[in-house]
Each structure stands twice: as structure tokens, then as C-alpha cells.
Design a protein around this ligand. Structure first.
Ligand code: SAM
Length: 352
């Protein structure tokens, strides 16, 4: 799985358990990101709809959620990935922009990304395996990048992993049905459903995913955008269309309230942390439209920027290491008996 801000790695088993104990079959993962949670729900037998605005997230959802592993010729897929993996590198947009004008990858890997991405465009555009090939490329690129996990900057000296050759592998596909939707969460909450179970993991602050993961956006879009700044961000990062209401302090609470109220779901679980612009009380009250509310709390490590301090583009530390731990909350709401049953194994984490 790629390095991703806010990825719910540690809480995935809890979410899968809540899903199973709710007795749900259909599920919505409304801010799906890496699809890590959606994958866990699919593994637990759910028919999952995964929604996000990011292009790369849609690619992941098409790979892991929409694709039924039983319908894929895995040997053919492996052969095609081996062919792509063996292509000689070529100089292209990635090499120039992300290896010379900036330093996200070493040029020998950038040239291979250019060659592989172009071959996927030439030979597989619109095919059912296109998202799987792209996922394989993104996972491989993530393993040899030279960042701390965010693409607003790169590290001053090459990260040791960036010297390794990029290697494509077959992603672990999951059997079963599912759906990938690229849409705004507020619109999707109004148009999709009904669902037995809905999970919401919105951005908590001003950090934009579009700019934090602009390299993945560009590799998927493959549209040679003009760029600006030290990190060579896409110029459309400045457009309102690429900005999320969930990253705006004043609008986020209203947008989340509207989204939660619009959901057509029996049980709703909302992730939240204690650095959000909302108070826990506000969130409880927003959720109460769906029934009985319980809150679980989990101690967690903070995002990478807080762990390493703030650095300027030259890699010098200009800010201090902040608080390194925070509280992750899960607000669980639905019919009272269902909610009580869902949280029964987690009462030690219950917030009263
Ligand atoms: C906290 S992350 C979700 C992480 C995810 N649960 C995981 O484990 O990978 C928030 C996600 O919301 C997406 N996002 C931001 N604004 C959005 C919007 N208006 N509608 C839908 N998705 C949005 C971002 O692209 C990002 O993937």
C-alpha cells in the first residue's frame, strides 16, 4: 500500500470487525483514499462502493474494489507486467519534471516510469486491466520515491530506497463485486444508496490531497501539465475545481453535516481526530440524525510532518517536532441494539 496521509492502517481491523458485527452486506467508503478500508470490508464479504475525488484513488478502487479477482487472467496479467517491467527507459515528462526539475525519483527510475506509463496508454487505454497495470506502477514508484510520504517536497539527499530499481508486481486482487466512483463526497452521499454500512474518513485540516499526491495524479492523468514551484505541482492545483471544501476551516463543518445527513445508510461510522476543526460534541450531534451514537477512541501516531519537524525546500529544519501522538475517534451511529452489539468487544475504548 502506498504511503498516505491519514491512512487507516491501524484501525482497519476494528472497522472490519464493526462491519461484520453490524450484520451489513452493502458498504460505502466515502473518502476511500488508498482503499485500505474498502478492501477490508470487501474481504469481510461486503459489496463495497468506494468514493474519492482523487484520480489515483479511483484507479485503486477499480483495481481492488470493482475488479472481481475471479474474472482476471492472472497469468496473462503477470506476463504483461513482466513485459512492461522489461521496457528500456525513455526520457519523458516524469524524468524531466520529477527527476531533474525536482527530485522525486532518480532519473533511471523516472525513465522507466515514462516508458511503462506510455506503453499502458498506447496498449491498454480503456481496457479492464488498465487500472490494475496503473496500480502496479504507482505501488512500484512509491517504493522508490525520495519523499517522506508527501509530495509537497522531496528529501535533500536521495532517500536510500530511491537507488533501487523500480519493480512491477501483480497487485493482490480480491474476489467479489464492488464499485468505484470518482465524485465529491457531498454529491455522492445524496446520489448513492441505500447502504447497510457507511464509513466516512474526511480530511481533517488544510492539507490538500491533490497537492500532497500531485505526482500520482499526473502519472494517472498522463496529461503533461504545466507546473510551478519547487515541487513542480500541476498548475491546476490553483483551480477551485481541485480544492476540497473539507480543507476549508469555515466550510468543513457545514459540508460534513450536510454529507452525514444525506447518507442513505442504516449504520454510519465516522473517523475523526482531536486535531480536527470540529469538536467531538458537534460531531456526535451531526451523527445523531442516524440514531444512537457511541464513540470509540484510539491512541495514534501523528502524521509524518509532525514526526520530523518542518523543513524548508533546501531540507533545513525550520520548525520543531510537534506533538507526536493524537487520539483517533470513531463515531458509530445507527439502531441502538445494532450499535451496542457492534462496539461490544471495544468497550475499553468507549468514550463516555
Ligand atoms: C483521510 S483520507 C482517507 C484515507 C483512507 N481512509 C485510507 O485509509 O486510505 C481523506 C480522503 O478524502 C479525499 N477527499 C478530499 N476531499 C474530498 C471530497 N470533497 N470528496 C471526496 N473525497 C475527498 C482525499 O482525496 C483523501 O483520499
Amino acid at each position: 500500500m502506498i504511503k498516505y496521509l491519514g491512512s487507516k492502517r491501524r484501525l482497519v481491523p476494528v472497522l472490519a470487525d464493526l462491519f461484520v458485527r453490524s450484520g451489513a452486506t452493502t458498504a460505502l467508503d466515502l473518502f476511500t483514499g488508498t482503499t485500505r478500508v474498502a478492501q477490508a470490508l470487501k474481504r469481510a464479504g461486503g459489496v463495497v462502493t468506494a468514493v474519492d475525488t482523487a484520480r489515483y484513488s479511483e484507479v485503486f478502487s477499480k483495481t481492488w474494489i470493482e475488479t472481481d479477482a475471479d474474472s482476471v487472467d492472472v497469468r496473462g496479467l503477470a506476463e504483461e507486467l513482466a513485459r512492461l517491467d522489461a521496457l528500456p527507459g525513455v526520457d519523458g515528462y516524469v524524468t524531466e519534471t520529477f527527476c531533474r526539475q525536482s527530485r522525486f525519483f532518480q532519473p533511471f527510475n523516472g525513465q522507466r516510469i515514462d516508458a511503462i506509463r506510455q506503453a499502458i496508454a498506447d496498449d491498454h487505454a480503456g481496457s479492464p486491466i488498465e487500472p490494475i497495470l496503473l496500480t502496479s506502477l504507482l505501488l512500484a514508484a512509491d517504493k522508490v520515491d525520495s519523499t517522506t510520504g508527501l509530495q509537497m517536497a522531496y528529501v535533500k539527499s536521495w532517500a536510500p530506497r530511491s537507488a533501487k530499481p523500480l519493480a512491477l508486481a501483480v497487485p493482490d486482487l480480491l474476489p467479489g463485486a464492488g464499485r468505484a466512483v470518482r465524485d465529491d463526497a457531498r454529491a455522492a452521499a445524496k446520489s448513492l444508496g441505500p447502504f447497510d454500512f457507511a464509513y466516512l474518513d474526511p480530511p481533517y485540516n488544510q492539507h490538500r490531497y491533490f497537492t500532497n499526491y500531485h505526482v500520482w495524479e499526473t502519472i494517472v492523468a498522463w496529461d503533461d501539465p504545466d507546473y510551478y514551484g519547487v515541487a513542480c505541482k500541476r498548475v491546476d492545483s490553483r483551480d477551485d475545481a481541485t480544492k476540497s471544501v473539507f480543507n476549508r476551516k469555515r466550510e468543513m463543518p457545514g459540508a460534513l453535516r450536510d454529507t452525514i445527513a444525506s447518507l442513505d445508510a442504516e449504520v454510519v461510522v465516522v473517523s475523526y481526530n482531536d486535531e480536527s476543526w470540529l469538536s467531538l460534541e458537534e460531531l456526535r450531534e451531526m451523527c445523531a440524525v442516524h440514531g444512537h451514537v457511541e464513540v470509540l477512541a484510539f491512541d495514534s501516531k501523528r502524521y509524518v510532518g509532525a514526526q520530523i519537524g518542518i523543513h524548508n525546500p533546501a531540507g533545513q529544519r525550520v520548525g520543531e517536532v510537534g506533538r507526536v501522538r493524537n487520539q483517533e475517534y470513531m463515531v458509530v451511529v445507527g439502531p441502538e441494539a445494532t450499535v451496542i452489539n457492534m462496539i461490544a468487544p471495544h468497550t475499553a475504548n468507549r468514550v463516555v
